[in-house]
Design a protein around this ligand. Structure first.
Ligand code: NAD
Length: 510
């Protein structure tokens, strides 16, 4: 972050705010560079919006809610049908923009967009999702039914690692259910998010229904405290999410916070060796380990411990390069600070006595020497007390722990504070079922290394990985973004018999 743009950077484009249907230049004096993490090229500058700008975005959303909440189901649905088509048509340029600012490989950038696109498709089906219930004749001549009505202005705060998918987890479901929205994208890579927002307007989202403000803690705090916002969706680190949850709920809002992780894969010796090792390598090092569902710890049970050399050999063969280079398996970390932090944690792992099986520090990447690269790194003989195990590294670092039995492995995973994702690799149905029943983690994969659910379901999480009962997208998102109104109705017939019965002074429906 730095003060007003120096003259030399005047040619660098600025990221706009979206307020009341218009993309406007912020009046902020605080701006930050958006930097290509493979080259250090400054792509654009993003403002940290002022309190007045945040309020203007909320007021625009508040005004738009009056008519949007009454917009017919079919009109809302058709906007999202159009939106999914526009995203599909723009997939390649969107992926290139995402790779330029975030660093992940182009195929993985397309995956990031596609997983968000699935939520847009789901939002287009809103007519059959946002339906209440009706019970006929709950008392004589009385029916009761429910309406799932939108809340009002909702806000979303998103992390850097999925700049397409995670904003698309939020605003399509919120808007399709009749709410209006203020989005605060990651200040590290907001460009692809803004392009997706432009496409949403092109698809027909009316002015004021979707607004965007940029910034950091002040803007987030402003959203949490704002009296006209009814609900906050947050995805990011546990430290920030815990504070967002506390602050937003204290202000009377609904909040859902999806947070940090340490995802364990448990490998039993009867697993299909080749498939399990390929899955582990892909899930640990894809996106340079910057996925909330990355496998960052593997528990080798019994004789599976002998598989370490083969795991290391597979990881060593991965190609580290800029994400836009064909054949790259993993790109750079998001920032120089992130790289320095990951390298520091690797150094600490060595100092703590873990065995460094593969050292990814300072990889040679010809042509991109200035990129924030760390190559695949593997530690064995890791103990739960070590910082490389305790902390979410959020880089291409896989730690290996041993367990004598499946019970020991389950106990180890459940003792970790995080409960985002986990996977078991085995050919035994009984072992898999025991794991599914006893593990205290939100997303469980059985021979599936990154079990992110499709939007027929909702993303979940337990313990330190999630606060709030309801997850984003899927059925739980409908419940999160609506409030239930229960209507009990009676229509008297013309003969006046009910009136003749006199006043009912009891609680019973008669
Ligand atoms: P982050 O917590 O640093 O930032 C997330 C958002 O919070 C950003 O928009 C940022 O501007 C804002 N923010 C940062 N510091 C703040 C502060 N002090 N007060 C208020 N707001 C603040 O997270 P990140 O580094 O962008 O993303 C990586 C983290 O997100 C990892 O921990 C990862 O596990 C997690 N994540 C979780 C999920 C999930 O579904 N559970 C998904 C993706 C990422």
């Amino acid at each position: 972050m730095n003060a007003a743009a120096p003259p030399t950077l005047a040619a660098v484009p600025t990221v706009k705010l979206l307020i009341d249907g218009a993309f406007v230049e912020s009046r902020s004096t605080v701006w930050r560079d958006i930097v290509n993490p493979a080259t250090q090229e400054v792509l654009a500058r993003v403002p940290f919006a002022t309190a007045e700008e945040v309020d203007a975005a909320v007021q625009s959303a508040r005004a738009a809610f009056r008519s949007w909440r009454k917009t017919p189901i079919g009109v809302r649905a058709r906007i999202f049908l159009k939106y999914q088509q526009l995203i599909r048509e723009q997939m390649k340029p969107l992926a290139m923009l995402l790779t330029a600012e975030q660093g992940k490989t182009l195929p993985d950038a397309e995956g990031d967009i596609f997983r968000g696109l699935e939520v847009v498709e789901h939002a287009a089906n809103i007519g059959s999702l946002q339906m209440g219930e009706l019970a006929n004749n709950v008392a004589t001549g009385v029916d009761t039914y429910t309406l799932l009505q939108p809340l009002g202005v909702c806000a979303g705060i998103t992390p850097f690692n999925f700049p397409a998918m995670i904003p698309l987890w939020m605003f399509p479901m919120a808007i399709a259910t009749g709410n209006t929205f203020v989005l605060k994208p990651s200040e590290q890579d907001p460009l692809v998010t803004m392009r997706l927002v432009e496409l949403a307007l092109e698809a027909g989202i009316p002015k004021g229904v979707l607004n965007v403000v940029h910034g950091g803690p002040d803007v987030v705090n402003g959203l949490c405290d704002h009296p006209d916002i009814k609900a906050i969706s947050f995805v990011g680190s546990t430290r920030v999410g815990t504070e967002v949850y506390r602050r937003a709920t204290l202000a009377g809002k609904r909040a859902q916070c999806l947070m940090g992780a340490k995802n364990h894969a448990v490998v039993l010796p009867d697993a299909n060796r080749e498939q399990a090792l390929n899955a582990l390598v892909g899930a640990a090092f894809g996106a340079a380990g910057q996925r909330c569902m990355a496998v960052s710890a593997v528990v080798l049970v019994g004789a599976a411990r002998d598989w370490i050399p083969e795991l290391v050999a597979k990881a060593r063969r991965l190609k580290v390069d800029a994400g836009f280079v064909p054949g790259a398996d993993l790109g750079p970390l998001i920032s120089c600070a992130a790289r320095d932090r990951v390298v520091g944690l690797i150094e600490q792992g060595v100092a703590d006595g873990a065995v460094l099986e593969l050292d990814g520090r300072n990889p040679v990447v010809p042509g991109h020497e200035r990129g924030n690269f760390v190559g695949p790194t593997i530690f064995s003989r890791v103990q739960p007390g070590m910082s490389i195990y305790r902390e979410e590294v959020f880089g291409p670092v896989l730690v290996i722990l041993d367990a004598a039995t499946l019970d020991d492995a389950i106990a180890l995973v459940n003792a970790n504070p995080n409960g985002n994702g986990t996977a078991v690799f085995t050919q035994s149905g009984a072992a898999a079922r025991k794991f599914q029943e006893e593990i205290d983690v939100g997303q469980v994969g059985i021979n599936v290394p990154i079990p992110v659910p499709v939007p027929l379901f909702s993303f979940s999480g337990s313990r330190a990985s999630k606060l709030g009962d309801l997850g984003p997208y899927g059925k739980q998102a409908i419940a999160f973004y609506t409030q239930t109104k229960t209507v009990t109705q009676r229509w008297f017939e013309d003969d006046g018999n009910a009136a003749a019965a006199g006043p009912n002074t009891t609680i019973s429906l008669r």
